[in-house]
Design a protein around this ligand. Structure first.
Ligand code: TYC
Length: 104
């Protein structure tokens, strides 16, 4: 919306309304005990990945030590970490996730 548009009730608004919130990567960390199928399940259920993409991300984490599960605003990212960590602990798995700011 620009200052020039009239009759919309927004004449006094300026361009700061298009700023975007800081984004955070949710990182999955590898470990030796969490089953591959559980990690795939988490990626599908909590990070809305397709089965095929979930499998690819899981294998990347398995081989490279860490990988991006998804990118969200801070509060949503923290909620995902907390929900998935909780589920993993309930199942007795040591799966760990961390947050990383997208732009430092
Ligand atoms: N390394 C685990 C295994 O061999 C699988 C795994 C993948 C665990 C990704 C955690 O974030 C992870 N069962």
């Amino acid at each position: 919306m620009t200052k020039r548009q009239s009759g919309t009730g927004t004449e006094l608004k300026e361009r700061q309304e298009v700023t975007r919130p800081p984004m955070y990567r949710v990182l999955l960390l590898n470990d030796d005990y969490t089953p591959m199928d559980f990690v795939v399940y988490v990626l599908v259920r909590y990070f809305r990945r397709s089965e095929q993409d979930a499998r690819r991300v899981m294998l990347a984490v398995h081989h490279q030590g860490r990988g991006v599960a998804g990118v969200y605003t801070r509060e949503i990212a923290e909620t995902k970490v907390s929900q998935v960590t909780g589920l993993a602990r309930e199942e007795g798995y040591p799966l760990e996730l961390t947050l990383e700011p997208e732009s430092p």
